[in-house]
Design a protein around this ligand. Sequence first.
Ligand SMILES: Cc1cc2nc3c(=O)[nH]c(=O)nc-3n(C[C@H](O)[C@H](O)[C@H](O)COP(=O)(O)OP(=O)(O)OC[C@H]3O[C@@H](n4cnc5c(N)ncnc54)[C@H](O)[C@@H]3O)c2cc1C
Length: 471
Amino acid sequence: MIRLSEIKLPLDHAEPALQEAILEKLRISASELTGYTIFKRSYDARKKSNIILVYIVDVKTPKEKALIQQFKKDPHVTLAPDMAYHPVTQAPKDFGDRPIVIGTGPCGMFAGLLLAQMGFRPILLERGKSVRDRSVDTFGFWLKKRLNPESNAQFGEGGAGTFSDGKLYSQVRDPKHYGRKVLSELVNAGAAPEILYINKPHIGTYRLVKIVQNLRATIEQLGGEIRFQCCVEDIDIDGAQVRGVRLDSGEYIASSQVVLAVGHSARDTFQMLWDRGVYIEPKPFSIGFRIEHPQSLIDQSRFGAQAGHTRLGSADYKLVHHCENGRTVYSFCMCPGGKVVAAASEPGRLVTNGMSEYARDESNANSAIVVGITPEDYPDGPLAGVALQRSLEERAFELGGGTYEAPAQLVGDFLADRPSTAFGQVYPSYKPGVTLGSLSSSLPDYAIAAIREAIPVFDQRFVGLRWRRLF
Ligand SMILES: Cc1cc2nc3c(=O)[nH]c(=O)nc-3n(C[C@H](O)[C@H](O)[C@H](O)COP(=O)(O)OP(=O)(O)OC[C@H]3O[C@@H](n4cnc5c(N)ncnc54)[C@H](O)[C@@H]3O)c2cc1C
């Protein structure tokens, strides 16, 4: 197939315009075009008065060889790469113990799916509940402040992010097109096929629940097994070789192949691994707040008169500022038309995150405004970052009044360092509710100073957003 890039069409173009553009670019007739698929569709909104769509398409034509030769100097006409996924092996008839996968978040689910597709009949062990039962617990926490430490926004089938925006993009380089395999499997499990080609695709919370169930069904049909409410409490390691795992029920499962896919909230499991002598390295992470704006304001600011156009959807943003104190502040996990959600998994600690439905049609946009920190900020061993997280979560819990309400402040008040006493233009979406006050003691001083420096800069850069006046 031939890959054609940089095909630019008006936002409102009619359906046939894309095919016409392909024929015109390649100078071929309709009968010489066997078919085409859209590889990517993005938009260029730099000029709000003239937003254009930019396509990359893969074209099938019997004239492929001749056209590649003819356009050899044109960087926008190339051979499409092989994006098919090639399994590394197939299970031999007698492969011994079945492999164990610990955790059924995205990592464990896909490890389990690939092992099952290769014929290894994996056993997936998940400490939380099935996605339906877990939904009851998670919504119970959001509405009634009842936290179940083993079944919540972090733990349970689908892992962290099952109740999320389901954003499916990252900045990781992907020369082997593994991301394509993931997207294809998500489409097979019921995601909208558009995720294969739109720029920055997302799935949406409620759709994710069904997709997670379908992925489980596929793993089971291929001979895999998924066991819920099975927390791995110990790993049997003999020298450098894993021999098996022990569950919280006391059951021992032997296997020499164990995939650890426990995510970032399994702090007890990290401790167990450390105690067992498993090598652990601290990694950098980020700390900060969620910020909310009316979604209509973001749409207007980015798309002008085209705000609300179905081909654009709800607008997002990405902002970065390098501060004088050497810190970097950036927006992260922006959820257009979504909600801020309670994402704690430990009692007496408070964590926020963001989610959106597929339609992204809630009135508020939210994103995390975070400051990057590194192991130099928590130098006391590989688990010191976890200790820091815990102390910040405890502080947030306390500032929220000790009831899982989130501490909150208007941005203008935060910048002026005065506590908030009344809501502004934006009513916060976080459930079970917020407690107004001051956030200035919620993070280390360097982080508060960095965010205070960054917000006015974001304000200037994102003309019309008026961050200062918003919640
Ligand atoms: C509300 C929210 C919204 C998010 N939105 C997005 C988004 O839009 N896009 C995006 O890319 N990322 C998003 N994220 C982050 C994303 O969800 C995580 O990066 C991702 O889930 C990590 O995948 P994982 O499989 O490594 O770990 P996890 O998803 O954390 O899964 C680990 C699983 O292992 C289980 N487990 C842990 N310990 C044990 C044990 N000892 N025994 C058995 N089971 C165990 C846990 O119960 C859990 O189900 C969001 C996260 C949250 C909380």
